[in-house]
Design a protein around this ligand. Structure first.
Ligand SMILES: *Cc1c(COP(=O)(O)O)cnc(C)c1O
Length: 404
């Protein structure tokens, strides 16, 4: 029932997307301009660095109507007041961290965060005198956050479902602990998308996205978003993004606005395909284990059911035969593209031990639950029978070639 507030798919289509007020063009033109002309010096002085709400514009690095349109759309979908776009997911993450942290501060982060985030936290933040403690925060280990908190902890940083084990963190609990200790909670919501999970409604202060993934959905752009309260986001914008400079281009913002319009319908198919593929893999004799939060035996299933609308399109599984079998499977698929990234309309596959997590030792990988034969799937929205057919023929190929 409609309670007066637009529902998700309506917002995905309409929020932020205005018709052109000048020509009436149904789809507003892309404002491909670096600067904005002033009538006179008085207006230039008034415009200053532009306005974060888009009342006036001065220079595209300070703000642009096409970028502002997608900001409004994403803020509406996350049930938040404001959003700020970045040139990449990492651009959003690093900007949102640096905007708050000072030398001498401390952050607590999940030990299983995106590789780029891990690198930034381990290699760059310490150079500025910022201390990082990484702890396991998934399942019943969420209380580890409290044990890691210090008087100078400014941020708690988590990702759920996380990569590539699809482990789940209780968002409400994480927010309670962060706030009791006077810290902000940052959540990378890339895997779930606002269609499945809205961390701000569960207490998070900042939501981060790689819009490269599901939000855009078609694999043809790199982008990021920072979402939260107006006051905080505007501060990030005016005190930080403006000078760090990693903004999204207007052309990418227009492409992203288009992609987001179908987010809900795409996610429904990603989720229903993934559910069927998880069932197929669970019953396959070449598969040792399936990691998908939608399966009842998954350790995060109950929490996921509580905080997510559905379980998403990402899953991992361990193929029988270890490292060699994992590699051979990559050479055996035909419909799947062997590629990193995720969230596209087409299905992608990767072998964690030889690809995304090759820089870790076998022991380090096992400590975070990445087996040698672990394969990560980003399930697309192709006809599910075709995806299953491809996995089945590839698994049979591994079986016969390795005499398993
Ligand atoms: C891809 C990804 C990022 C980084 O985003 P880019 O757009 O590649 O910079 C951050 N977090 C998660 C969970 C991701 O999947």
């Amino acid at each position: 029932m409609n309670t007066g507030k637009q529902l998700f798919n309506t917002s995905a289509i309409h929020a932020g997307s205005e018709h052109c007020p000048v020509t009436g063009a149904h789809i507003a033109p892309i404002y491909r301009t670096s600067t904005f002309v002033m009538k006179d010096v008085e207006e230039a002085i008034a415009a200053g660095y532009g306005d974060p709400e888009g009342k006036y514009y001065a220079y595209t690095r300070y703000g642009n109507p096409t970028i502002h349109a997608v900001q409004r759309k994403i803020a509406a979908l996350e049930n938040a007041e404001a959003a700020l776009m970045a040139a990449s997911g990492m651009g959003a993450i690093t900007t949102a961290l640096l905007a708050v942290l000072n030398t001498g501060d401390h952050i607590v982060a999940s030990d299983t965060v995106y590789g780029g985030t891990f690198g930034f936290m381990k290699k760059i933040l310490p150079r500025f005198g910022i201390e990082v403690t990484m702890v396991r925060v998934t399942g019943d280990q969420v209380e580890n956050i409290r044990n890691a908190m210090k008087p100078n902890t400014k941020i708690v940083y988590i990702e759920t479902p996380c990569n590539p084990t699809l482990a789940i963190t209780d968002l409400k609990r994480a927010a309670e602990i962060a706030h009791e200790c006077g810290s902000l909670l940052y959540v990378d919501n890339t895997f779930a998308t606002p269609y499945l999970q809205q961390p701000i409604s569960l207490g998070a202060d900042i939501v981060l996205h790689s819009t490269t993934k599901y939000l855009n959905g078609h694999g043809d752009m790199i982008g990021g978003a920072i979402v939260g309260k107006r006051e905080l986001i505007h501060k990030f914008d005016s005190d930080y993004m403006k000078w760090i400079g990693g903004i999204m281009s207007p052309a990418d913002a227009a492409g992203l606005s288009k992609g987001i319009k179908t987010l809900g319908v795409r996610m429904d198919v990603h989720c229903s395909n993934a559910r069927k593929i998880a069932d197929f893999l669970e019953n396959h004799n070449m598969v040792e284990k399936v990691l998908y939060p939608g399966i009842e035996s998954h350790p995060g299933h109950e929490i996921a059911k509580k905080q997510m609308k559905d379980f998403g399109g990402m899953m991992s599984f361990n193929v029988r035969g270890g490292f060699e079998a994992g590699k051979l499977l990559m050479d055996s698929v035909k419909l799947f593209s062997l590629a990193t990234s995720l969230g596209n309309v087409d299905s992608l596959i990767q072998h964690s031990a030889s690809m995304s997590h090759a820089s870790m030792s076998k022991e380090e990988r096992e400590a975070v639950g990445i087996a040698d034969g672990q394969v990560r799937l980003s399930i697309g929205i192709e006809d599910v029978e075709d995806i299953i057919y491809d996995l089945d023929q590839a698994l049979h190929n591994v079986k016969s070639q390795m005499n398993l």
